[in-house]
Design a protein around this ligand. Structure first.
Ligand code: BGC
Length: 751
């Protein structure tokens, strides 16, 4: 039955309406029984269902139903595959229907500003384009089943330290170019049913109170149609928040804030239409779910297989000196407790109660000749002489050794940040000892974010398995043995050390966290600084090789409102089938404004049989070239040349071409007393005036005099630099410009 939301709203009392704006308990929205409005359930999210049937909490403490733990975002992002993410969403949507969950609390799209944010494992990337594409696809998949999503945490929630009270102090351009676009793309493309506002403040205003963020940007600019829900306990001032567009407070408020809303309406400080709009959005959310129930049962085994597939498509072969793939006839030693007890998910609200977990050791025994030495415990940093000696002795007898290393649970989790990027010292030590007795050594990593690798040059193979989900053990074994050809690419940079990270000096902190690195986040910084990194963004090997040829740009020119198709041929030049992710980066060569050296603007994953060649086509639009102008408060593309580079990673670019962009708009001119001569010369409109002033200056100060009488101390370059940096006000005293001329220029050019 289709419900008439407006009709129901008109029958509700003020108290009933205010009541709808906070949760019934930890996981339910309120209903109104007398009007046939049911209560619905929301659950974490995002990489599996954490449905709590008994005691609820938002920290992953109490038990939830048995479910499937899919790979967390840190791993699935490395698939670089929106199609797979949409299918992933589909599977989650079906599970939610079967489990009676109407909104899944995810995906998490916050940008990885620093490798040590405790929650990085729940987030996709350091790159907003990649995060946005993957989130949009995931949401589409879930919501196809009329199950809502809650894209989170909106916005600029990039650390766990003081997460509920700190202010992320970010300038407007950086917000628009780095921290908001993933949300923007997902909202515009997939209309998530809800957006979860974050705990933190942005520039001193709580996200839950933030009219600019919720009403102006999210709704008015991006066209968000759904409801805004608070992160659990994120509400600061309820009435202020409601007016700012924050519809549902979670969890329950004990009736306190409902009463505040009622009082505010009664005393006239809150317009009742604001409340009505919020309740209309909440009712729409509830009825979308209740009117579209699908009869489903949980298909746990099939979903486990899908979780394995996501992991197989995402794990990254970081290094391979020919040691991989392992051969079934080789004698292989697995070392490290993670081989039998994998670390496959992170701690906190996303923690899934997995119905089963596959470990690498059991999976490998079905494929090859594998022995096992524990070597070290996965959960503590204690070098155990006996375990280590046993592993080293066994390693000497083997064809190959695989060490299952990684971070213990206590090293990274929701709620706090790491203080360093190191693996436990006992693991580093044993890896080095093993490398000395067996050079055919591979390391498999289980971690939610980058670690340092002091032993990297001593190992022959490295697989970044990240947190692989409950089927990660099977996935990694399939990759190690070449049953699956790895195709994951890193969705983040691995810096050589923590202090290389651009946020290093301004991370954590107290009440205020200054985002001083601005737009130079992740590879945008490392590339601009020409800094060596351990592994670059987009990096990942395969057991085959790919050749790039024939880059074609549809046109060599482009203007506002147009799109540009770019195609490139990719050929599998090796002997096994494989998948390559073609990455396209745009570089602004106009030199008119400070930009990152290059930015990812498109990517495509292609599957190729040995010898096969395919043409991959990607499309750019105006936004792909734009930066955010705080003069215009809008996106803007400078006229001039842009380089389009295509390749296998951000530091393995194979082919490039150039397009000349002609913008139809100009940046606003602001002429004043402190405008410089150089500023006038730079702009087409004011150039004639600039030239006139420059000529007068040359005449007055005698530039262009013959070399004989020039002062050796004043080079032409210096003369020009000084002239160009001269503010107009300084010319009045010399009579080079009159006060009337200056005022006329201000009137003429400043709109
Ligand atoms: C987390 C959210 C989560 C919520 C409900 C909060 O602590 O920040 O991501 O969805 O709890 O568990």
């Amino acid at each position: 039955m289709k419900h008439n939301v407006k009709e129901i709203l008109s029958q509700m009392t003020l108290e009933e309406k205010a009541g709808m704006c906070s949760g019934l308990d930890f996981w339910h929205l309120k209903g109104v029984e007398r009007l046939g409005v049911p209560s619905i359930m929301v659950s974490d999210g995002p990489h599996g269902l954490r449905k709590q049937e008994a005691a609820g909490d938002h920290l992953g403490i109490n038990e939830s139903i048995k479910a499937v733990c899919f790979p967390p975002a840190v791993l699935s992002a490395c698939s670089f595959d929106p199609e797979l993410m949409e299918k992933f969403g589909d599977v989650i949507g079906c599970e939610a229907q079967a489990a009676d969950v109407s909104v899944v609390l995810g995906p998490g799209v916050n940008i990885k500003r620093s490798p040590i944010c405790g929650r990085n494992f729940e987030y996709f990337s350091e790159d907003p384009h990649l995060a946005g594409e993957l989130a949009a696809a995931f949401i589409k998949g879930v919501q196809r089943h009329n199950v809502g999503t809650s894209i989170k945490h909106f916005a600029a929630n990039n650390q766990e330290t003081r997460r509920m009270t700190c202010s992320s102090d970010v300038d407007e351009r950086t917000l628009r170019e780095i921290y908001l676009p993933a949300f923007e793309r997902a909202v515009k493309e997939s209309q998530p049913a809800t957006v979860m506002c974050s705990y933190n403040m942005i520039n001193d205003t709580y996200s839950s109170d933030n009219d600019w963020l919720l009403n102006q940007v999210l709704r008015d600019e991006w066209g968000f149609q759904g409801a805004v829900i608070s992160d659990w306990g994120a509400v600061n001032e309820r009435v202020v928040g409601l007016a700012a567009g924050m519809d549902i407070e979670m969890p329950a408020s004990g009736g306190i804030t409902d009463a505040e809303i009622v009082t505010a309406v009664r005393n006239g400080s809150l317009d009742e239409t604001v409340l009505d709009r919020a309740v209309e959005r909440i009712l729409t959310l509830i009825f979308r779910w209740t009117e579209n129930r699908e009869v489903r049962t949980l298909t746990l085994e099939a979903d486990h297989d899908f979780a394995r597939r996501v992991a197989e498509e995402s794990m990254v072969l970081m290094k391979n000196d020919g040691v991989l793939p392992l051969k079934r006839e080789e004698k292989v030693l697995f070392v490290g407790e993670f081989a039998e007890k994998p670390r496959y998910q992170g701690g906190g609200s996303s923690h899934i109660n997995s119905f089963k977990v596959s470990d690498a050791l059991s999976a490998a025994k079905r494929l090859g000749q594998v022995s096992y030495a524990k070597g070290f415990s996965g959960q503590e940093d204690v070098y155990d002489e006996t375990l280590a000696a046993e592993a080293v002795a066994m390693a000497k007898q083997m064809d190959k050794v695989v060490v299952f290393a990684g971070l213990p649970d206590s090293f990274e989790s929701e709620g706090y940040d790491r203080t360093h990027m190191e693996l436990p010292g006992c693991q580093n030590r044993l890896i080095e000892e093993l490398a000395q007795v067996n050079t055919n050594l591979t390391v498999v990593l289980h971690n939610g974010a980058p670690v340092t690798m002091p032993w990297l040059n001593q190992v022959s193979g490295l697989v970044e398995a990240y947190l692989g989900g409950q089927a990660g053990g099977e996935a990694v074994v399939n990759i190690l043995y070449g049953v699956v050809n790895p195709s994951g690419k890193l969705a983040e940079t691995f810096p050589k050390k923590l202090s290389d990270n651009p946020a290093y000096l301004n991370f954590g902190g107290k009440e205020h966290v200054a985002y001083k690195e601005g737009i130079f986040v992740g590879y945008r910084y490392y590339d601009a600084k020409e800094m060596e990194v351990l592994f670059p963004f987009g990096h990942g090997h395969s057991y085959t090789s790919f050749a790039y040829s024939d880059l074609k740009l549809e046109r060599n020119t482009m203007t506002d409102g147009e799109t540009l198709n770019i195609s490139v041929d990719v050929e599998n030049t090796g002997s096994v089938p494989g998948k390559e992710t073609v990455q396209l980066y745009v570089s602004d060569k106009t030199g008119k404004v400070q930009r990152p050296l290059r930015e990812l603007k498109a990517f495509a994953k292609v599957s190729l049989a040995p010898g096969e060649r395919k043409t991959v086509t990607m499309t750019l639009d105006e936004r792909s070239f734009a930066w955010y102008s705080t003069d215009l408060h809008d996106w803007y593309v400078c006229s001039g040349d842009y380089e389009i580079a295509v390749g296998a990673s951000s530091r393995d670019l194979r082919l490039c071409g150039t397009v000349c962009y002609q913008s139809k708009r100009a940046l606003p001119l602001r002429i004043g007393r402190n405008t410089t001569v150089g500023d006038l010369l730079e702009n087409e409109k004011t150039r004639p005036l600039g030239q006139l002033v420059l000529n007068r200056m040359n005449a007055f100060f005698g530039a262009g005099a013959s070399p004989d009488d020039s002062d050796d101390a004043i080079s032409d370059e210096m003369g020009q630099a000084i002239a160009y940096s001269q503010p107009l006000r300084g010319l009045l005293g010399f009579g080079i410009m009159t006060a009337e001329e200056l005022q006329a220029a201000i009137d003429k050019y400043t709109g």
